[in-house]
Design a protein around this ligand. Structure first.
Ligand SMILES: Cc1ncc(COP(=O)(O)O)c(C=O)c1O
Length: 365
């Protein structure tokens, strides 16, 4: 871990002398409705499963995932969160030069850096709300063998339509494309935007169970690619990478029961509604601008004198943690990201944020 992550409620709780559960964590992007209640009961009832070894290669778990999405199981591998794959991709693909669509999640760069792999950014501009110009990006890819794209992107919330991605990957057949879909299920119409059914052999899709199903502590994620690439990853797969409770969770989540399908529908609807309310709340402020998002978090820019650090410190006094985005390449100390929580928490957060910004506005006048 070179550049660090958000969501460090443990550090903040220690500073404030409280328990981590007393912190309102607006910095980590978990589904506020998750995990599904029936899943929690199932895991509680089966806690004794930890006394035996899980299936060594999580093969049945892979089959459950492949069945759910009607894809060949030979195209899927399961791991200890998508993080396991992000960090092994450059080594297994023997990446020489990587291009990363930015501003984005730092781990793609970290995965290259720790293996001394040369990487660069293709950075979308603020003036176009961080939308990537796909023609310019297509030109920039020349000379790189691996491209990382987070879709929808963390922290901007932008999505590149699947058709555009498919075209980009097709036109650079000798380049490996890693498409991280960890936040895709939050997007309205996500089924039509996924690349997991792409037949292109140079596409690798990352699919995390952590965010949407609210189970980051279970550590479970998938890599979906061509059978040839998956075979390479299987050679390096550590035995028992996916623990027994995580495997059980996948079996439950992939069954398409009424409970799971309702959970998915409710989440997508709820996230869209809360995003709308927050945009409406801040639309007339001249000191904060929210960037359009398709997923469960929002990137915002601060104007005036307030920095992300200042704001973070003030909100921390109220036991609220936001993501200071100053360490994202392509952003600055004027950017923050916050995730959507329950309606009650979002309203409370918006009120505190507005109060702090209005206070700043009155100082400036
Ligand atoms: C864009 C993105 N990809 C992947 C991950 C890692 O998720 P996991 O390892 O839990 O699947 C994160 C975690 O924050 C993320 O934001």
């Amino acid at each position: 871990m070179l550049k660090g992550h958000g969501g460090n409620i443990y550090d903040l709780a220690q500073q404030l002398g409280c328990h981590p559960s007393e912190i309102v964590d607006m910095s980590s992007n978990m589904n506020p409705l998750g995990p599904p209640e029936d899943l929690v009961s199932l895991l509680q009832e089966n806690i004794n499963t930890i006394s035996s070894l899980p299936e060594v290669d999580a093969n049945r778990t892979v089959n459950a995932f492949a069945d759910r999405y009607h894809i060949d199981p030979e195209r899927v591998i399961a791991g200890n969160g998508t993080t396991q794959f992000i960090y092994s991709i450059p080594r297994i693909l023997e990446t020489k030069r990587a291009l990363i669509f930015a501003p984005t999640y730092a781990d793609y760069a970290d995965a290259c850096a720790i293996q001394n792999i040369d990487y660069n950014y293709s950075t979308a501009r603020e003036s176009v709300a961080f939308e990537h110009d796909m023609n310019a990006a297509a030109q920039q890819i020349q000379g790189y063998d691996t491209v990382f794209i987070c879709n929808p992107n963390n922290p901007t919330g932008n999505i590149i339509p699947a058709a555009d991605l498919e075209q980009l990957c097709k036109s650079h057949a000798d380049v490996n494309f890693v498409i991280d879909e960890s936040y895709l299920m939050f997007v309205d119409g996500f089924n039509t935007q996924s690349m997991i059914r792409s037949a292109l052999p140079n596409v690798m899709v990352l699919d995390s169970m952590s965010k949407f199903f609210g189970i980051p502590g279970l550590r479970i994620g998938f890599l979906i690619s061509s059978p040839v690439i998956i075979k390479k990853f299987k050679t390096y797969l550590l035995p028992w990478s996916v623990n027994s409770l995580a495997q059980m969770a996948v079996h439950y989540l992939m069954k398409q029961t009424a409970e799971v399908e309702t959970f998915i529908e409710n989440t997508v609807k709820f996230i869209a509604q809360e995003r709308y309310i927050l945009f409406e709340t801040f639309k007339n402020s001249s000191l904060i601008k929210l960037f359009p998002s398709t997923t469960c978090f929002i990137l915002a820019r601060l104007y005036g004198n307030l920095t992300a650090d200042d704001l973070g410190m003030h909100l921390a006094q109220d036991r609220i943690l936001i993501r200071n985005c100053s360490n994202f390449s392509g952003l600055s100390d004027r950017f923050i990201r916050f995730s959507l929580k329950t309606g009650e928490i979002n309203r409370m957060f918006a009120k505190k944020l507005l109060a702090r910004i209005s206070q700043e506005e009155s100082i400036l006048k």
